[in-house]
Design a protein around this ligand. Structure first.
Ligand SMILES: Cc1cc2nc3c(=O)[nH]c(=O)nc-3n(C[C@H](O)[C@H](O)[C@H](O)COP(=O)(O)O)c2cc1C
Length: 205
């Protein structure tokens, strides 16, 4: 087995290193974050650092890169206080990936990548029309991470849109039936397959 020290890793080319380190923490869910700026222009970008923070209250976080690298999503969230998270499926994964490109601030990425911006009720932020599982959040807190100038963006879930056939009796959502995709590294996307469900683990069982 190869032993690689961080001193070696630091010498690697930027994208090679990013791919390698990103793979170490494993598969992540791939989602599209939909936002709108104060003037009403929509923005869309891929995010893989989505993390469950708690169910009651229902809080979900994601890591936003430093402002200089990825300013639009976080600035729109600060401006409006709302955003949507949309699962990605194979039928539009290429378009979803394209939304990670650095478009100019005045470009609506829904139009640029040809995905439908769907507005529902009075929710200001756009959903992705093509997504089977999507939810809206209200900004709860933005926590700056000093070590690398990134941000943990924490949102409270306000609305969920889901095909009810995907919801099982115990609340479980069989994401593989929806074809929700996982991702790895900086550009790889995966289909998933259920291996086993075990039930809630207790010491005496
Ligand atoms: C598979 C994949 C996962 C990504 N995950 C994140 C992420 O978790 N956080 C982030 O800040 N950027 C992530 N990005 C990069 C953003 O999509 C990219 O910086 C985008 O341009 C941000 O757009 P914005 O400036 O409109 O917010 C990811 C890109 C890809 C391809």
């Amino acid at each position: 087995m190869k032993h690689i020290s961080i001193d070696t890793i630091k010498t690697w080319e930027r994208f090679y290193r990013a791919n390698f380190i990103n793979c170490l923490s494993g598969f992540k869910s791939a989602s599209l974050v939909g936002t709108v700026n104060a003037e009403g222009q929509s923005n869309l970008a891929v995010f893989s650092s989505i993390v469950h923070l708690g169910s009651d209250p229902a809080l979900i976080g994601f890591i936003n890169r430093p402002l200089a690298a990825a300013p639009h999503t976080i600035n729109n969230i600060k401006a409006t206080g709302v955003y949507t998270i949309n699962h990605i499926h194979p039928s539009f994964v290429a378009k979803a990936h394209q939304s990670s490109a650095k478009y100019a601030v005045d470009i609506n990425e829904f139009d640029a990548v040809n995905l439908e911006a769907q507005f529902i009720n009075s929710i200001k932020a756009p959903f992705v029309g093509e997504s089977f599982i999507k939810y809206a959040l209200e900004l709860s807190e933005i926590v700056p991470i000093k070590q690398n100038n990134t941000f943990l963006v924490i949102g409270a879930v306000t609305d969920v849109l889901i095909d009810d056939k995907l919801m099982e009796e115990d609340g479980f959502i069989a994401l593989e039936k929806a074809g929700s995709m996982s991702c790895l590294g900086i550009d790889a996307y995966y289909k998933t397959e259920l291996f086993e469900r075990f039930g809630y683990a207790r010491p005496d069982i």
